[in-house]
Design a protein around this ligand. Structure first.
Ligand code: CP
Length: 353
């Protein structure tokens, strides 16, 4: 028997229909509700089942409904302390977590490592013990070192949400990307859709997390970029993502973009890049930049995405970024609903524990 076929059959049997998922009543606190969510932390999306993904998507729908109200707030996390600890620069992730936690009625504490006692040499473990002693119950953390939120989860008594660690993972970005695709694509599903992730895949935690969630949701994922920025992914594609789920790796922009349903450009991460990986940004833009002509290779209904921040004129042309096909600002808006959903679901486990 073909083990991949067995995996596929099992995944299909396990995949819930949208109506099978009991969505929480998000106006009320999560404790006391029968919600099938068992994860204390959100460190990456690799541990999320098809049923977990569906629950996150449906809970985000409920949060969007809250966001459309004249007063876009519910008291579901009243009395909960959400501490946001960022060791790296951020605009959209940090602000949207803060907005999400406040919309749920939580008490929010913001810590930027650069202006904290980290600057005096305090260790990560000491900082986490300190914020817990100051009342933190949920910890949203971004760190430049891959794996740092896993260490935090070992030390911290509450829930840890990874807001991006090194090159490794950016789970809330992957979930808001999946949510945005589902809302925008005809049929409301990524199943069988060609999703291209184009650019600096090597340094991208967004690409790594998206690979797990998009293949779990049945998308036909293509990673594209210069060979130097795809190192390791070719071998990985032969093994497959979890459960042997396949994806494609190519340096041919034409092959990748032809008939694509979604094109996601990635930022060239100059701050993480060793010299010698690219001849020049100008050459990169000429060979791999997302231009109108290249987008025209994709399907007529195709959408353009970018996790931000963008280097316009390098990985994406300015006119593409603001074109009718662009869903970049929708990604940012959906990030609030997705982060509200995740704070809510994790709080339910914490309160039930
Ligand atoms: N997409 C993303 O993580 O953006 P920020 O670095 O601005 O949070």
């Amino acid at each position: 028997m073909n083990p991949a076929a067995t995996d596929e059959a099992a995944a299909e049997a396990a995949a819930p229909g949208a109506n099978d998922v009991p969505v929480p009543r998000v106006d009320a606190a999560p404790n006391g509700q029968e919600v099938p969510w068992r994860h204390r932390h959100l460190l990456d999306v690799d541990v999320l089942s098809a049923a977990d993904l569906e629950l996150v998507m449906r809970t985000a729908d409920a949060m969007r409904e809250v966001l459309e109200r004249p007063i876009a707030k519910v008291p579901a996390l009243r009395g909960t302390n959400v501490t946001i600890l960022f060791y790296e620069a951020s605009t959209r992730t940090r602000v949207s977590f803060e907005v999400a936690a406040k919309n749920l009625g939580a008490d929010v504490v913001n810590i930027a490592a650069a202006t904290s006692s980290v600057a005096k040499g305090e260790s990560l473990v000491d900082t986490i013990r300190t914020v817990e002693a100051l009342g933190a119950q949920m910890l949203v953390m971004r760190h430049a070192v891959s794996g740092a939120p896993y260490l935090a989860a070992d030390v911290f008594g509450g829930a840890v949400l990874n807001a991006g660690d090194g090159w490794h993972a950016h789970p809330t970005q992957a979930l808001l990307d999946l949510y945005t695709m589902r809302r925008q694509l005809p049929g409301g599903s990524v199943e069988g859709r060609k999703v291209v992730i184009l650019g600096d895949v090597l340094h991208s935690r967004v690409a790594r997390s998206n690979l797990w969630s998009l293949t779990a949701a049945g998308a036909d994922v293509w990673l594209c970029g210069p060979a130097t920025l795809l190192r390791g992914f070719d071998a990985w594609s032969k093994r497959g993502a979890a459960g042997g789920r396949r994806f494609h790796v190519t340096s041919s922009v034409d092959d990748a973009l032809r008939d694509a349903d979604v094109v996601m450009a990635l930022r060239i991460q100059r701050e993480r890049m060793a010299s010698g990986l690219l001849p020049s940004l100008r050459e990169y833009a000429a060979r791999f930049g997302l231009t109108r002509e290249r987008v025209a290779l994709a399907r007529e209904h195709a959408i353009v995405m970018h996790p931000g921040p963008m280097n316009e004129g390098v990985e994406i042309a300015p006119d593409v970024a603001v074109s009718a096909q662009s869903r970049i600002t929708d990604q940012v808006t959906n990030g609030v609903a997705i982060r509200m959903a995740l704070l809510y679901l994790l709080a339910g486990v914490r309160d039930g524990a």
